[in-house]
Design a protein around this ligand. Structure first.
Ligand code: ADP
Ligand code: MG
Length: 465
């Protein structure tokens, strides 16, 4: 973990006009991620920078790309890829503010959901910096309206969110058309698996700058509850209503326990899905997609079924049964409390599981914390609902559907904000898009009535079944 030390911008090799502009903007000191990444970026090295939202990542890459910009050369010298139009607009604004120290820096936003022609016209007039979504940038490259020959700095901003939205292939297509001799800067709030893949393929000896520990035991709060066999499954619902986690994995020791718990949770109105060995690949994909995109509150699983899962945001793990193996226990609860969030690890234990609890205490070298079930009071009368719903579009890679097409259809004619749209997963025959719960029906209607990629599509709202 890098220790943040307060540092003035004047430590950096920046022109006096830039320092004056920063002071005018009220940027008196570098934020920790800026202090850690700017020396590397200004030295021309490739970089992977990870820090939470709001930590000042935009200025960290903007100062680097402005430092290399030659205003007299009317060619695109830097490009920033962003996941949505709103984020691209924010980045463009910040670049414009920071570029005020120099005259006539032209920054252009290239995103879907608006006509191509005005963008093409602006590109013909010359732009120094383009900021856009991978899909629309790709369209401009295909039509030859965007020339990247003079590009010296490529930024992948919010890389984790771009991967969430299924942009890996589009990013790859765009990056392959950038000059080999360039600096690539990757910024991300979290560090999912795909980031390593992006970096391996498109960055050159990148320096890693991380401001968060990926894993911090102190962020996992563990509590044990004593239950009888009769009220074990019912108590899971009490935990959910009391703690109200958005995403929970409930671990059971057996498949039968998974099935029983699923029945109980559904009867109580929870949105739950089970992951078990009998699912075929497509069913397993659908369960994991709905859980990871936050349209399912509880994933019920055995240890075997959950092997290899990488779920970034998990507020709680519930051990419905105590596992006989203390190492498995540590592995289960390690799935919560990642990155910058806290997590709950809640365990139910009956009298005849006390021996297993003892082994866990031995392995931890400390006693576990017991809480009475009577303490579990619903935190709200409203049912616990997942924040998103999933729409399934019948059509995927086979039909050459790209995430950008779906994003464009929803944020363009349909008029939704990028922030209302969650993960987009394109599989071979289907595309899954997460959309805010309140507007999912409206989105369903508009998508069914409109077109995706110029074609009519069949869309359905997925419900657990
Ligand atoms: P991130 O991309 O990490 O989510 P942003 O780049 O959007 O964060 O920055 C968050 C806010 O912090 C913005 O309003 C930005 O203007 C402000 N900011 C960035 N750097 C500094 C700084 N060195 N001093 C003061 N404010 C800053
Ligand atoms: Mg940002």
């Amino acid at each position: 973990m890098t220790k943040p030390t307060p540092a003035p911008f004047s430590q950096l090799p920046l022109p006096p006009a830039m320092l004056a502009n920063l002071a005018q903007l009220g940027y008196l000191e570098m934020t920790p991620i800026q202090a850690a990444s700017l020396p590397v970026a200004l030295a021309g090295q490739d970089l992977i920078a990870q820090a939470k939202t709001g930590s000042g990542k935009t200025a960290a890459f903007t100062l680097a790309l402005l430092a290399r910009l030659d205003v007299r050369n009317y060619a695109v010298q830097s490009m920033v890829l962003c996941p949505t139009r709103e984020l691209a607009d924010q980045v463009t604004q910040e670049i414009r503010r920071l570029a005020r120290a120099e005259e006539n820096v032209k920054v252009l936003t290239l995103c879907g959901g608006t006509p191509m022609r005005p963008q093409t016209a602006s590109l013909e007039h010359g732009a120094h910096i383009v900021v856009g979504t991978p899909g629309r940038i790709m369209d401009h490259l295909e039509r030859g309206s965007l020339d990247l020959k003079a590009l010296n700095t490529l930024v992948l901003d919010e890389a984790d969110r771009m991967l969430d939205m299924g942009f890996f292939d589009d990013i790859a297509t765009v990056v392959r058309q950038c000059p080999k001799e360039r600096q690539t800067l990757l910024f991300s709030a979290t560090y999912p698996e795909g980031i390593g893949k992006l970096s391996q393929q498109f960055l050159r000896n990148p320096k890693d700058v991380k401001l968060e520990e990926r894993h911090d035991d102190s962020k996992i709060r563990q509590r044990f509850y004593e239950v009888t066999e009769n009220d074990r499954l019912h108590t899971v619902g009490l935990l959910l209503n009391h703690y109200r986690p958005v995403s929970t994995i409930a671990f059971c020791n057996t498949k039968q326990q998974c099935r029983d718990l699923l029945d109980v949770l559904r009867a109580q109105g929870f949105h739950a899905l089970a992951l078990h060995g009998e699912l075929d690949q497509r069913e397993r994909d659908q369960v994991l997609i709905q859980f990871a995109n936050r349209s399912c509150s509880v994933l019920v699983a055995t240890d075997v079924a959950a092997r290899g899962l990488d779920i970034a945001q998990l507020e709680a793990v519930i051990n419905v049964d105590v596992t006989p193996d203390p190492e498995v226990h540590v592995h289960r609860i390690g799935r919560t409390g990642r990155a910058d969030q806290d997590g709950w690890a809640l365990s139910l234990a009956s009298m005849n599981e006390m021996g297993r609890v003892g082994s866990i205490e031995q392995a931890k070298g400390r006693e576990v914390e017991w809480h009475p079930v009577s303490e579990l009071k619903p935190a709200s009368n409203a049912p616990l609902l997942p924040p998103m719903e999933t729409l399934q579009i019948l059509g995927g890679r086979k039909e050459k559907i790209r995430p950008g097409d779906v994003l464009g259809a929803l944020t363009g004619d349909a008029g939704f904000a990028g922030s209302q749209i969650g993960k987009i997963n394109v599989t071979e025959f289907s595309t899954y898009v997460a959309i805010e719960r309140g507007v999912a029906k409206d989105a369903l209607r508009k998508l069914n009535a409109g077109k995706v990629k110029g074609k009519k599509v069949k869309v359905r709202l997925m419900d657990e079944d």
